[in-house]
Design a protein around this ligand. Structure first.
Ligand code: NDP
Length: 476
């Protein structure tokens, strides 16, 4: 049984949960403790008690722990990637890639511990010096979703610790395995007791206790819009910092002058890889009329070649949907799309494989409009619609006509349109001739409008959230 970590002790919760493999629901990945609200309170108290020591710890100590963590994750990438693929359902190569990325993030923030600089500037008054420094915020609550079970925890835990914060970490209930593994690695790498606490369990119990605690100084959250709004409301109540990442309805524009192969590869990757379960996935393909029919035909041919099967099987391109609830959401949206009058051009059906799992064909709608629910609401599955437009101007207008603003892509060989799109796409990230998903670990990640709130994550920009600025004046 895998326990929670509270004040440096591996602690049983109020009950346990089985971690089930979505590729084979007979396969139990492991048994994991579920924390109570009181466990969450104890974890917060432990993090608060550990804060004075950790926030004043030497940067070399923090560097060494984060670097050691990176090294161990990398050394165990195949084993951890297999665990990830088993508990979440993305294919083994994708899962190993995500694990490597987690190692890279820890390595990056190990370096950042040595680079946190302030400013010394003259005062407008004579004989006074001004120093601007960044300090740790306090206890950081980390609430993560199931779709990137190792990378998202890494990109929140690594900067939180690097800048001297202590942490209470609540992973999604569906994917406790990778969460437990990285906490175990960090602890063995030398973290003092109470600096990092793991409370696995239900969002409505453990997450809610974190939202309600006045001792949590900052919360970083990735997940659904509904829960994000709860995090925001509770955080304003407690006057705490918060950062939200809440998904998207990312457009991918294909212009008449696009390289067809580039466009099809990017669209297939954006829409269907990782089973479409990425906040940066593109589920709206906005295609100008001169290339529309050729593009749809080529993408359909591509979809025929994609193998939906067990995440661990060699040759699988698309693993299962994460669980029964998400599968129902996906199939409900397929029915909604049909009902709204979109044309089902490919897929739409569940598929049976050797093992019982949540297998769904990649599904492509054509003749969709941007007013349809399938074009406006995040489905979070391998379900994509094509919207036909007359020209670039209409494509850009439709791309931006969405409540979200995370990632936005375009396939074009026109420098003029690529440049205009980069400047005018209302999104935090813009991709030219690249999938909307698939980002670097050392540069800012985040969006606009309904997708995100607060400072960017990742790269050196992460310090805006995980530190607070102090301005000190000294009379010479
Ligand atoms: P949630 O927002 O419910 O889950 C995200 C995290 O928040 C989980 O750890 C969850 O815990 C926790 N949580 C749930 N309720 C509370 C609460 N009251 N207080 C504090 N924390 C809470 O999203 P789901 O995982 O249920 O996914 C639903 C939809 O969200 C998806 O279909 C997709 O549309 C979107 N989504 C977007 C993601 C993104 O990357 N932006 C990632 C995942 C989902 P637990 O799950 O353990 O109950």
């Amino acid at each position: 049984m895998h326990r929670n970590l509270i004040a440096g002790e591996w602690t049983a919760g109020e009950d346990t949960i089985e971690n089930i493999n979505p590729s084979n629901t007979n396969d139990v990945v492991g048994e994991y403790a579920r924390a109570s609200a009181d466990d969450a309170k104890a974890a917060i108290a432990a993090a608060k008690a550990a804060f004075p020591g950790w926030s004043r710890s030497g940067i070399l100590e923090r560097h060494a722990i984060l670097k050691k963590t990176a090294d161990e994750i990398l050394a165990r990438k195949d084993e951890l990637g297999t665990l990830l693929a088993r508990e979440e359902g993305k294919t083994l190569p994708e899962a190993i890639g995500e694990t490597i990325r987690a190692a890279q993030i820890f390595e990056f923030f190990a370096g950042e511990t040595l680079r946190l600089a302030g400013e010394v500037i003259p005062s407008v008054r004579p004989n006074i010096g001004v120093e601007i420094t960044r300090e740790a915020v306090g206890v950081v609550g980390i609430i993560t979703p199931w779709n990137f079970p190792i990378a998202i925890p890494a990109w929140k835990i690594a900067p939180a610790l690097a800048y001297g914060n202590t942490v209470v970490f609540k992973p999604a209930e569906l994917v406790p395995g990778c969460a437990w593994a990285i906490v175990d690695i960090l602890v063995r790498a030398g973290l003092p007791k109470g600096v990092l606490n793991l409370v696995m369990g239900k969002g409505s119990v453990v997450g809610q206790a974190m939202l309600e605690s006045p001792d949590v100084a900052a919360i970083t959250f990735t997940g659904s819009t509904g829960t994000g709004k709860r995090v925001a409301a509770a955080s304003i109540e407690h006057n705490r910092k918060f950062q939200l990442e809440m998904g998207g309805k990312n457009p991918f524009v294909v212009l008449d002058d696009a390289d067809l192969t580039v466009a099809v590869e990017a669209a297939a990757n954006s829409g269907f890889f990782s089973t479409g379960q990425r906040c940066t996935a593109s589920s709206r393909l906005i295609v100008t009329e001169g290339i529309h029919d050729r593009f749809v035909a080529a993408l359909t041919e591509k979809l025929k070649t994609l193998v939906v099967d067990d995440a661990l099987k060699a040759g699988t391109h698309i693993g299962p949907v994460v669980d029964a609830g998400q599968l129902k959401q996906d199939t409900d949206y397929i029915e909604i799309g049909k009902g709204e009058g979109a044309k089902l051009a490919f897929g739409g059906d569940l598929v049976k494989r050797d093992n019982p799992g949540f297998y769904l064909q990649p599904t492509l709608f054509t003749e969709a409009t941007n007013a349809m629910r399938i074009s406006r609401e995040e489905i979070f599955g391998p379900v994509v619609s094509v919207i036909r437009v007359k020209d670039y101007d209409e494509a850009l207008a439709i791309a931006n006509d969405t409540p979200f603003g995370l990632s936005s892509g375009i396939a074009t060989t026109s420098l003029k349109h690529a440049t205009h799109f980069k400047r005018n796409a209302e999104a935090g990230m813009v991709m030219v001739n690249l999938p909307t998903a698939g980002v670097d670990f050392h540069v800012p990640f985040g969006g606009r409008k309904g997708s995100s709130y607060g400072p960017r994550e990742q790269g050196k920009y992460a310090n805006e959230f995980y530190t607070t600025v102090k301005t000190a004046y000294t009379l010479a």
